[in-house]
Structure formats: structure tokens, C-alpha cells
Write a protein that binds this ligand. Structure first.
Ligand code: SF4
Ligand code: SF4
Length: 93
């Protein structure tokens, strides 16, 4: 069973020129070109709706500023770790 997606993307159809670079570059292959044409007469990219990792590769490959927005899921805060008893030496980096 697949885990919860770590990210998601939205694509502005008005900005997308249908070049397909994002589709080719997405590692988990979760982008595709729509069958329908946009107002510009191209097949715009769209998110399939699953498996996005939020890596951002599609964003950096896209030649159209503002066409792709990547969202990353924020990891829940880790549980507080108790300091070891009796250890008064602070770690230095
Ligand atoms: S952020 Fe990464 S995984 Fe998500 S659609 Fe873009 S390239 Fe694919
Ligand atoms: S790389 Fe950008 S312009 Fe090209 S298909 Fe993907 S979203 Fe559209």
C-alpha cells in the first residue's frame, strides 16, 4: 500500500505551454499532459493526483515562471528527547 504523498503540485493552465519538460523530468512520473487543449491550443501538464514527493524538479525544469507551484507536506514535530540524567557537559559543534 502506498504511503501518504509528501507533496503535491498545481499547474496554472494559463501559464503552461505544454512543452512536457516537467512530465519527462518527474522521477515518480506523477505528471502527464492533458488530453484536452488549453486556450493556447496546447496540451497542458497536470498532476495525476498521487505520488508527488515534493522534490521540486518539475519547478526547476519548467521554462514558464509561475506555471508550477510545488507544495511540500510539513513533517510532524519529533517527540522531545529527554536529556540524559547526570550529564552536565554540553556538546560543542
Ligand atoms: S515535485 Fe517532484 S515528484 Fe512532485 S510533480 Fe514535481 S517532479 Fe514530480
Ligand atoms: S514544463 Fe512548464 S510549460 Fe512545460 S508542460 Fe510543464 S508546466 Fe507546462
Amino acid at each position: 500500500m502506498a504511503g501518504q504523498a509528501r507533496g503535491k503540485v498545481t499547474i496554472d493552465v494559463e501559464e503552461c505551454k505544454g512543452c512536457g519538460l516537467c512530465v519527462e523530468s518527474c522521477p515518480p512520473k506523477c505528471l502527464e499532459l492533458a488530453e484536452e487543449l488549453s486556450a493556447y491550443g496546447v496540451h497542458p501538464a497536470r498532476y495525476t493526483g498521487h505520488d508527488c514527493t515534493g522534490c521540486g524538479i518539475c519547478f526547476y525544469c519548467c521554462p514558464e515562471p509561475g506555471a508550477i507551484t510545488v507544495y511540500r507536506r510539513i513533517a510532524p514535530p519529533k517527540a522531545a528527547v529527554a536529556a540524559p540524567q547526570g550529564d552536565e557537559h554540553a556538546a560543542t559543534l
